[in-house]
Design a protein around this ligand. Structure first.
Ligand code: SF4
Ligand code: SF4
Length: 190
């Protein structure tokens, strides 16, 4: 018998909540298991974009009691942020929304089975609004489909390709009243 999961690990920077934080959340995962698909989990050899072998989609984790620490610590924003509407529930939106802890960047990891889900409404307009607000605070908005990243900007979307762990996005004043966004590529993992 499986138990419903309450989260798992994120390849692109999750927002760990921890057990105590979990008790404070009003929401639970219910039938959602999308984070068990969209992220790659080293501990379970789960490739990015494929269901973890321990996941029973729509039901939960079959190794709940012994699931990796990474899984125990992950909570998506829909769980943590009450003000996000029901439409942002990941199994409805097909998008797992997190905030990267060190940068504050907004991260949207899309179900690769519906790679254009983030371009549908009401999601696209809301993501654009967050991109506009975020830039004024030097925070980027990144959408991932598997490892392919799109940087969402108020006036366009920039395809960045695959972002490696050593790649960095710098954001700051452009000198003429504009904001400059620069992607610095690090060495590729061997
Ligand atoms: S994506 Fe969020 S709501 Fe869905 S299973 Fe993971 S933590 Fe729960
Ligand atoms: S081990 Fe369990 S919680 Fe972790 S990704 Fe797999 S199914 Fe999800």
């Amino acid at each position: 018998m499986t138990q419903q999961m309450s989260g798992q690990g994120a390849a692109q920077g999750a927002t760990p909540g921890g057990a105590q934080a979990a008790q404070a959340f009003k929401r639970s995962c219910g039938t959602c298991t999308l984070c068990c698909k969209v992220y790659g989990i080293a501990d379970t050899q789960s490739p990015i974009g494929q269901w973890c072998k321990h996941c029973e989609p729509g039901r939960g984790c079959s190794i709940w009691e012994t699931r990796p620490a990474f899984c125990r610590q992950f909570y998506c924003n829909w769980i943590m942020l009450d003000w996000l509407g029901e439409e942002w529930r990941p199994d409805i939106s097909k998008i797992v929304f997190t905030i990267e802890p060190s940068s504050g960047f907004l991260m949207f990891q899309v179900d690769p089975g519906t790679p254009d889900a983030w371009k549908r409404e009401p999601y696209y307009s809301q993501i654009k609004r967050w991109a506009t607000e975020g830039l004024s605070q030097a925070k980027c908005v990144l959408v991932f489909v598997d490892k392919a990243a799109t940087l969402v900007l108020p006036d366009g979307d920039a395809q960045l390709g695959e972002l490696g762990p050593q790649d960095r996005i710098n954001i700051g004043p452009g000198g003429d009243g504009t904001i400059k966004v620069e992607v610095k590529r690090g060495p590729k993992p061997s």
